[in-house]
Design a protein around this ligand. Structure first.
Ligand code: KG4
Ligand code: ZN
Length: 358
């Protein structure tokens, strides 16, 4: 039985988790997340300097809160882990430096964890069940604000990159389209909310690079950009003079807005599902897993599940609380790695472009 403490500070979420267990049985003793959405909202995106300053403030507080929730002293922790990349350099270094300091101070191992590994293992994490975390071969779709990729997972540490976005990540496309529409940040939940009452077939939008294993979402984003003046024209374009940074230039009636959201969301879903299914067929696995912030999207989850059922493929998605950035997934990856004898050096550097270890 080992107890791992993990920090996650790769982007704009500060998180600390404490996990106790073995590779097949575990108990999440604490999981604390401090969201910085409010601090970045008015800029319509993440400001790295603000993110790292906030990590410095929040991380020590969350450490104390996690230790008291877990009823554990830091001296009783067996290993300290942190996200070492990919992410924003100035953010990553805060969590990694704290974990390294604790590791040196208490003479315990340090584990540098890849953020993407945290996401791709998260569908196997079931806080309330035992024995469900055997990492079976699967095609893993990671869809977040910073990443969109398909990975063939053969087991812990055995990853093969199938395809990735060549431009925007799916979540980034949601955020940018939401910004064009004058909706709030993060854009994914805002678009999903409007799409529920919209017609996904009203506007024809491109499904890019369907013949490739890679993804591209910038063409779709541009298509929405060009669509807006056309549909707004029917209802009168605003002057834009009183426009706030997050307010749309185009005056869409409520139903048109919902239809644009639904049509855009469906275009993203179609591409994600088509490429995932193609990867399953190519690599002959019988399990699809999905993780990352965009996988919170209920419509994506529903359609992916339906497609998998139709094709006789098992489907596991991360529980919604594990989809956006958190430290429980980093602690879980660290626990599984610890169990196969992996350890990092405190001299290992963070890497903003850290590739998934093969
Ligand atoms: O995984 P995450 O917290 O951060 C990264 O590691 O990037 O993902 C955040 C992204 C944002 O782009 C946000 O708009 C998107 O996930 N997102 C969603 C939904 N909830 C969050 N996208 C679509 N539908 C949602 N319901
Ligand atoms: Zn993430």
């Amino acid at each position: 039985m080992k107890t791992v403490l993990a920090l996650e500070t790769s982007c704009d979420e500060t998180a600390v988790a404490i996990l106790r267990g073995t590779e097949s049985r575990y108990d999440l003793l604490a999981s604390e997340v401090a969201s910085q959405i409010a601090a970045h909202e008015k800029y319509g995106g993440i400001v790295p300097e603000i993110a790292s300053r906030n990590h410095l403030i929040y991380a020590p507080r969350l450490l104390n809160r996690a230790a008291s929730a877990a009823k554990i002293r830091l001296s009783e922790i067996d290993a300290f882990a942190a996200t070492a990349g990919p992410g924003l350099a100035s953010s990553l270094m805060i969590g990694a430096s704290i974990a390294k300091g604790l590791s040196i101070g208490f003479g315990k191992p340090y584990l540098a964890i890849n953020h993407l590994e945290g996401h791709l293992l998260s569908p196997f994490f079931r806080a309330d069940k035992d024995g469900e975390n055997e990492i079976r071969p699967n095609v893993s779709l990671i869809v977040s604000g910073g990443h969109t990729m398909l990975v063939l997972v053969r087991g812990v540490t055995k990853y093969h990159l199938v395809g990735r976005t060549v431009d925007d990540a799916a979540g980034e496309a949601f955020d940018k389209v939401a910004k064009m529409l004058g909706l709030g940040y993060p854009g994914g939940p805002e678009i999903e909310k409007r799409a529920r009452d919209g017609d996904p077939k009203r506007f024809e939008l491109p499904r890019s690079m369907l013949g490739s294993e890679n993804f591209s979402f910038s063409g779709l984003k541009t298509a929405v950009r060009y669509l807006l003046p056309k549909v707004a024209g029917q209802f009168g374009e605003t002057t834009g003079r009183e426009r706030r940074p997050t307010q749309t230039l185009y005056d869409l009636d409520e139903q048109t807005l919902r239809d644009v959201c639904a049509s855009f969301q469906q275009a993203v879903i179609d591409v994600l599902i088509a490429k995932t299914v193609a990867a399953v067929q190519k690599y002959r696995v019988d399990l699809v897993t999905m993780s990352g912030g965009v996988s919170c999207n209920q419509e994506l989850r529903r359609q992916m599940r339906e497609t998998c059922v139709r094709k006789g493929i098992e489907f596991k998605s991360a529980e919604p609380w594990l989809c956006t950035d958190n430290a429980a997934m980093i602690a879980f990856a660290a626990m599984l790695r610890l169990c196969v004898g992996y350890e990092s050096q405190v001299t290992d550097e963070i890497d903003p472009n850290l590739a998934l270890a093969l």
